[in-house]
Design a binder for this molecule. Structure first.
Ligand code: GLA
Length: 383
């Protein structure tokens, strides 16, 4: 990733004037609480030290120009106020979706020059698209004096994803990016957006949080996500609750008699996963990161067996990391590819890395990308 000064200099050389500012928004990993956000449940993600940045200048006319350091096709349009889904190609749909969502909220979009940069790996399940959206929403909130608070910006970027990009995602990723804090995971109640910062200091506990990017992204990721969401909606409707958040583990016996077997397994994942988030938060408070390993393992098993969103590469990463010494491991994010996380004692890190690399080579999979992450600060103006 280029430095903020280099990004500003590059902006000036391509657009012919200095930016008004540079904003930065991180990607995330989710410690636990998967596919619970759109069920009005609990999640426990943290912002990571990899981020998107956007340099922006308000223009005197209504022209909109978008460029990035990572995608060759940008976009130029004469009227920043006339945003159409049809104009959006590739990565440009993320910034355009945010401008569109702000406009829906009554914000007048001026002419703009935007240059994006990012070191969040794309397609790795670490929310690279939300990082872009969050950087852009912070920039525009300030430059247009829209006065949105963090919770409004979360909803604006969710609308960008749901209504412009066309992905029916929840609010976890942008909440982590916009509201994250260094040294903490965020315990978010997705029903009312109430949030508690939970200290997560793996290093002091002699641990490292390893991300294992499997580098696979299965083609059914989009439709698989949407169909899981639909199953959850069906489950809630049949059980007569507002959302699956309202079903307790003790209700599952009754639920099994009312639901078809597949919907029941989907519901059981969400209900038990919400419970695991609550247990993880309690354990982090009472005993620290070393205590949550078994919950991570149980979460992965539930996603593999009940929610059916894992894949052979993720299962191999998780199982190999566990046998080589990780104290807990699970896939993270939407599933069907992307990354796993493995909470690993520092003295087992090299063993885990080598074992996963060997296992992937033996299985004929592409080499995984393995790196450590720690909870970083949320979105902020950097220049
Ligand atoms: C993706 C979505 C989130 C969330 C996760 C699964 O990352 O963007 O809203 O649903 O999947 O937990």
């Amino acid at each position: 990733m280029t430095s903020t000064e280099d990004l500003a200099a590059r902006f000036e050389s391509v657009f012919g004037a200095a930016p008004d500012g540079v904003w930065r928004a991180p990607g995330r990993v989710n410690l636990i609480g998967e596919h619970t956000d759109y069920n009005e449940g609990y999640v426990l993600p943290f912002a990571i030290d990899r981020a998107a940045r956007v340099a922006v200048r308000v223009r005197p006319d209504s022209t909109l120009r978008l460029l990035s350091t990572f995608g060759n096709q940008g976009l130029t349009t004469a009227d920043a106020g006339a945003l159409q889904r049809a104009t959006a190609r590739g990565w440009t749909k993320y910034p355009l979706g945010v401008l569109w969502a702000l406009q829906q909220r009554g914000v007048r979009i001026p002419g703009l020059d935007l240059l994006l940069d990012s070191d969040v790996p794309r397609g790795a399940g670490l929310s690279s698209s939300h990082a872009i959206e969050c950087a852009v929403v912070c920039a525009l909130n300030e430059l247009t004096a829209a006065g949105l608070g963090a919770e409004d910006m979360v909803l604006a970027t969710q609308s960008a994803e749901n209504d412009f990009v066309g992905s029916p995602t929840g609010i976890m990723d942008q909440s982590a990016s916009l509201r994250g804090a260094a040294g903490h995971a965020i315990f978010l109640d997705c029903r009312d957006q109430s949030l508690r910062l939970v200290p997560f200091d793996a290093e002091s506990a002699g641990l490292v949080t390893l991300v294992i990017d499997t580098r696979v992204s299965h083609s059914h990721a989009g439709s698989g996500y949407a169909s899981r969401r639909a199953s959850c909606g069906l489950g809630a409707e049949v059980l007569g609750v507002q959302a699956l958040r309202d079903v307790r583990p003790a209700d599952l016996g009754d639920a099994s008699a009312l639901l078809d077997p597949v919907t029941f397994r989907r519901v059981r994942h969400v209900v038990t996963e919400n419970d695991r988030v609550l247990q993880a938060v309690a354990l982090l408070g009472s005993a620290g990161p070393t205590a949550i390993g078994p919950l991570l393992d149980a979460s992965h098993a539930s996603m593999r067996d009940d929610f059916d969103i894992s894949c052979p590469e993720l299962d191999l990463a998780v199982e190999t990391a566990r046998s080589a010494g990780a104290i807990g491991a699970r896939m993270t994010g939407g599933g069907f590819g992307g990354s796993a996380i493995a909470l690993t004692p520092v003295d087992a890190e090299q063993r885990v890395r080598a074992a996963v690399e060997r296992a992937f080579a033996r299985a004929g999979y592409a080499a995984p990308d393995i790196f450590g992450v720690r909870p970083a600060a949320g979105a902020i103006r950097v220049g």
